[in-house]
Every structure is written in structure tokens, then in C-alpha cells.
Design a protein around this ligand. Structure first.
Ligand SMILES: Nc1ncnc2c1ncn2[C@@H]1O[C@H](COP(=O)(O)OP(=O)(O)OP(=O)(O)O)[C@@H](O)[C@H]1O
Ligand SMILES: [Mg+2]
Length: 405
């Protein structure tokens, strides 16, 4: 497979880093050539707290992916999340100057660049531009205008904006790992590629990714993302509760959670058959799943209540008939979780699964990134990192002024 036919994605999570290598088949599909997973160190609640440790985690996952795919990785598409990310709306307009008036890929790229011209706070940076619809000579609702005839091309776009320093920290880690960032994509956009159907995204749906340290909530309506929020809660809180409640080392609490976690006491066994060794105890002792559930249940309820209030805070004007789709490893593996979610949330709920990996959530974002890039590369060229690396405060101000005039 030629070099240009390979794309690589990187999902830098609080608990694990996943690097995935995809080959682009002649029919335009993704063929997974290899992947690497490493435990992440140096991240807390989705934020980098130690650059060197994060760099090591990236290097490890990239090396594993290189070995498995037998390729040398240079560029990666990175998944991005954060409490500082906001979604703005803007429009771009360009004229089609040629005699034949046939809209081509360059015109689409020009109009998307035009949509980027907007005033944003000095400490923010545009991460991505997602076209909601194109309008050709006043005719709206067009998803792909390439090949159409027109004199005026407009785009109504969602502009994803993030904190400049947070973006630069992630880029710095990737660069220190010897790689360059090909593009950055908001993680729920990538996950949506794998987990949501077109119908759900058109009707109105919420994608909730509960990970180790973060919960990302994204709303999709009329085929496009319309709201996004990240809250700093996740599965690690449950492990902490177990560690403190039963006086266990963190690693043992995590192991017990993964084996026996249950969110509803009526579903938990009363048999005292879970062996634990508390700190300070000389001998191991046995507890029942019901005792464990007494610790887990209130925390799961609390995380769900945060999700409810975040969705309410979006003040959506329309209904979300397709309900809520859960992903991420933080809650979906816990027995009885879906029943509890169904009761507490006033929405239809389901767990998002991918065809090839089922309920396994580890690969969703990395795989989704590959698919997102392929789908959108076909339409327009994303912001390149070259452009981004020249985006210090002054450089960016100069560029914006240049674009205005
Ligand atoms: N079998 C299981 N039962 C319960 N919890 C599990 C199980 N397997 C994984 N988890 C939990 O899932 C979480 C990891 O999920 P995920 O891989 O989605 O997080 P992440 O992407 O690394 O983090 P984040 O998205 O928050 O940055 C951890 O808290 C882990 O304890
Ligand atoms: Mg995650």
C-alpha cells in the first residue's frame, strides 16, 4: 500500500492511548492495518498534567501500531476534547468565476476558508469547520455541491473553537513524540461516525461518552453537531469510591470493579464470594456483590444526574426523538447500568456498538477518526497543522486581518 494511502489516528484518553493505522482501499473504505494501545500516564480528567509522561504513552502506542502494521508513522490525526471547546456558527460566500460555472473541490475549500473569517477571542483557535449545508444560488439544503452549476456558493458552517494553549499542549506532545499532527477532530464527531446512524443524527440524538476521567456530551440534529460539553467525571470516580470504601489499593479496586461492578442492588448477588485484601488487614476477607453495589450505585446515579442537567442546560428548542447513545468504557460495562439510565433519563437509551468491535469501546474513537478523515477529505481539505503551527497570538491576528482585507 502506497504511503499516501495510509492514515493514522490517535485517541489520547485519560486511561489509554490508542493509535490506529488504516489503509485506504481502492473503493475508498478503511482497512485497519494495525493498532497500538498503551496505558496513559500524565493525564487527569482529560487534561495534560505531565507532558513527558504523555509523550511516552504516545510513543509506546505508536511503536506498537508500527510493529503490527509494518509501517513508519509520521503524521497522525488527533482526537480532541475539552471543557473549553465551543461551537459557533458562521457563513462563507464565494463566487464561481469560471465560464463553465461548475463547482469543484477548490471552490468548496475556498468557501470553507471564507467561513473561518470571524472574530474569535484572542486565546481561542479554530479547530475544525463542519459544513451544515451548502447553498448554491439561493438553493439550500445541499450536502455536496461538487459538480453542480452555479455562480454563488455559500456555506452555513459549525465552527469548532478551542483554547489555544490546550490545543498547543496536545500538538507539543505529539511533536515531542516525533510525529506531526495532520488534523485535529472533535472526538464525538469521530465516535458518531461509528456509533450513530444517519437517521438518528437527522432526527436528533445525544451521544454520551463516559470515559475514565471525562464525560463528553454531544447533540446531533439535522445531521450535524449542535451542542457539546465535557464534564470532568468518569469511571475513575467509581474506582476511587471502591478504593476508599473498602480501603483497597487503587489497582485492586479497578480489578474488582471490572469483574463485579453492578449499578442496581436488586440485580446484585448476596453471596459473599468476592475476595478482597484491605490495606492494614492481615488476612483477606470476602464481601458480596451487593455490598459493592452499595458503593457504586450512588456514584452512577450522580454521573447520570450530571448528564441530565448538562442536556437540560443546552436549552434545546426541539425534541431528541432518537434518545441517548452511550459509549466509552466508564459505565457501559456495569451490570444494570442501562436499566438505571432508562429509569432516570427521560429518553430512549442504548449502548453504541461498532460492527467489528461490538460493545468493546477501546477502538471507537480511533476507528471513527480514520473514517471521519476519509469522509471529509473527499469533500474538502481540513486545516493543516502547518497552518496551525504558525498560529501564535500575533501570527493568527495578522492572518485574520490579511483575510479580512
Ligand atoms: N469491565 C469494565 N467494567 C467497569 N468499568 C470498566 C470496564 N472496563 C473498563 N472500564 C472503565 O472504563 C474507563 C476507561 O474508559 P475509556 O477507555 O473510554 O476512557 P478514556 O478514553 O481513556 O478516558 P477519557 O475519555 O475520560 O479521557 C475506566 O474508568 C475503566 O475503569
Ligand atoms: Mg475517551
Amino acid at each position: 500500500m502506497g504511503k499516501g494511502n495510509i492514515i493514522v489516528s490517535l485517541d489520547l484518553g485519560t486511561s489509554k492511548t490508542c493509535c490506529m493505522v488504516g489503509g485506504i482501499t481502492p473503493s475508498g473504505d478503511i482497512d485497519v492495518l494495525g493498532y497500538g494501545i498503551s496505558e496513559t500516564s500524565g493525564m487527569k480528567k482529560g487534561t495534560i498534567i505531565n507532558i513527558d509522561l504523555v509523550v511516552q504513552s504516545i510513543i509506546k502506542s505508536v511503536e506498537l501500531a508500527e510493529q503490527m502494521s509494518n509501517t513508519k508513522i509520521k503524521n497522525v490525526a488527533v482526537g480532541l476534547s475539552g471543557g473549553n471547546i465551543s461551537l459557533l456558527s458562521n457563513r462563507g460566500v464565494v463566487a464561481i468565476p469560471r465560464n463553465d460555472r461548475e463547482i469543484n473541490h477548490q471552490d468548496v475549500e475556498r468557501v470553507i476558508q471564507a467561513a473561518k473569517i470571524m472574530a474569535i477571542p484572542y486565546d481561542k483557535e479554530i479547530i475544525d469547520v463542519i459544513p451544515r449545508e451548502f447553498i448554491v444560488d439561493g438553493c439550500d439544503g445541499i450536502k455536496d455541491p461538487v459538480g453542480m452549476i452555479g455562480t454563488r456558493l455559500e456555506v452555513s458552517a459549525c465552527i469548532v473553537v478551542g483554547l489555544l494553549t490546550a490545543i498547543q499542549n496536545i500538538a507539543r506532545c505529539v511533536q515531542k513524540a516525533g510525529l506531526s499532527v495532520e488534523s485535529m477532530v472533535l472526538k464525538p464527531l469521530a465516535a458518531a461516525e461509528m456509533l450513530l446512524t444517519d437517521d438518528e443524527m437527522n432526527m436528533g440524538v445525544v451521544l454520551v461518552d463516559v470515559g475514565a476521567g471525562t464525560t463528553e456530551i454531544a447533540v446531533f440534529q439535522e445531521g450535524c453537531i449542535t451542542a457539546y460539553e465535557m464534564i470532568p467525571v468518569g469511571g475513575n470516580l467509581i474506582t476511587n469510591d471502591i478504593a476508599i470504601g473498602l480501603r483497597l489499593p487503587y489497582a485492586q479496586a479497578e480489578e474488582i470493579k471490572c469483574k463485579y461492578a453492578c449499578a442496581v442492588s436488586s440485580l446484585a448477588s448476596e453471596k459473599a464470594d468476592i475476595e478482597i485484601q484491605s490495606l492494614g488487614d492481615s488476612a483477606p476477607r470476602k464481601i458480596s456483590q451487593r455490598e459493592l453495589t452499595a458503593i457504586i450505585e450512588p456514584r452512577v446515579q450522580e454521573i447520570l444526574s450530571y448528564i441530565i442537567s448538562t442536556i437540560a442546560g443546552f436549552n434545546l428548542k426541539t425534541m431528541l426523538p432518537a434518545g441517548i447513545v452511550f459509549s466509552g468504557g466508564g459505565l457501559v460495562h456495569i451490570k444494570g447500568f442501562l436499566d438505571m439510565a432508562q429509569q432516570l433519563l427521560d429518553f430512549p437509551v442504548r449502548i453504541g456498538t461498532t460492527d467489528s468491535y461490538g460493545k468493546e469501546q477501546t477502538f471507537t474513537v480511533a476507528l471513527g477518526l480514520l473514517n471521519y478523515i476519509i469522509k471529509h477529505r473527499a469533500l474538502y481539505v481540513n486545516l493543516t497543522m502547518k497552518e496551525r503551527s504558525a498560529s501564535g497570538f500575533f501570527e493568527r491576528a495578522k492572518r485574520i486581518l490579511r483575510e479580512y482585507f
